[in-house]
Design a protein around this ligand. Structure first.
Ligand code: HEC
Length: 127
């Protein structure tokens, strides 16, 4: 292998590994991030607070948990075909009102990408 190619390849590999490590999901760290959600959300099935229970939220259709009174905005978001998969949760948690205008969740959002990934990993364990 040509020397330059080798160093380039090694460099790209190191970068890729670093990025992977920085964004690896950590459910334990996510449990700590969840303290910011806990005032309004439980992860126990059927336990509503100001917000709906987040038990089993990953994979759920937005605004559809029986027994919780959602805003029209959240119900419309679910009716539009959205699903709480990782990408949708990530965008919503970064900027709730940016993703779902008029949503009644009064939370400014998690600006740190790792915090969002971690809390989603934590929620994925609650189902
Ligand atoms: C101040 C209270 C409050 C805080 C803090 C809060 N939420 Fe919410 N959340 C709500 C309310 C209220 C709703 C219902 C929104 C609606 O119907 O418009 C909601 C809805 C949601 C939904 C949609 C659930 C569904 O069944 O469709 C998700 C997901 C969610 N919140 C995640 C989080 C996470 C994760 C955090 C912490 C990073 C958080 N929330 C912090 C009040 C809050």
């Amino acid at each position: 292998m040509h020397k330059t190619t080798f160093f380039l390849t090694a460099g790209v590999l190191a970068l890729t590994l670093n990025a992977g490590a920085a964004l690896a999901q950590d459910a334990t760290a996510g449990e700590a991030v969840f303290k910011k959600c806990h005032v309004c959300h439980s992860t126990e099935a059927g336990k509503m607070k100001v917000g709906p229970s987040l038990h089993g939220v990953v994979g759920r259709t937005p605004g559809t948990l029986a027994g919780y009174k959602y805003s029209d905005a959240m119900k419309a978001f679910g009716a539009s075909g959205a699903k709480w998969d990782e990408a949708t949760l990530d965008a919503y948690l970064e900027n709730p009102r940016g993703k779902v205008p008029k949503v009644k969740m009064i939370f400014p959002g998690l600006k740190n990408e790792k915090d969002r990934k971690d809390v989603i990993a934590f929620l994925a364990t609650k189902s």
